[in-house]
Design a protein around this ligand. Sequence first.
Ligand SMILES: [Zn+2]
Length: 185
Amino acid sequence: MDKLLRPVLVLNSSYVPISIRNVKDAICMLILEKAQTIKSLDNDFIRSERLRIPIPSIILLSNYFLVPRRSLKPSRNGILERDNYTCVYCGKKPGGSKLTMDHIVPRSRWLTTPSRLKPSEFNSWENLVTACKDCNSIKGSKLLNELGWKSPDSFKLRPKKTSFLHVNLSLAEKYGWSEYLIQGK
Ligand SMILES: [Zn+2]
């Protein structure tokens, strides 16, 4: 990867991670003295005629204390956590790798279901739930009422806006960010 495009973790002035930017943006902020380097990567430098700057992996903003609020996009991990790694239909907990994402209203039925469903909401917190493989294959392209299954409680749960920055763990390990991230479950 181009050195300038490598990700850099940005901390606000209270050491709270607030965003991920690339090296190019980070170096601009360093040069403008809007930030300082907290951690840099091995002995890798950005060089120009007059400058030799260690490539940052974490920077601290000099004068920014806010934590931006962000809304969470649904993700497999987010849905699994919300549903407590439990099949919402039968209550089994076969382990994360054996759980699937089920669309409550399947794709083949989405546009033919007379309701207020918008195409963009197919992959939403409201339409995605955790299901074991057995339940998922029984459900297939049927609707819950066709099977006599109850609507799962988690159906209504959409995580509130969060102030936590969600970072892919392998990215965090690769770039040495882990000690500055809030550990999830
Ligand atoms: Zn199940």
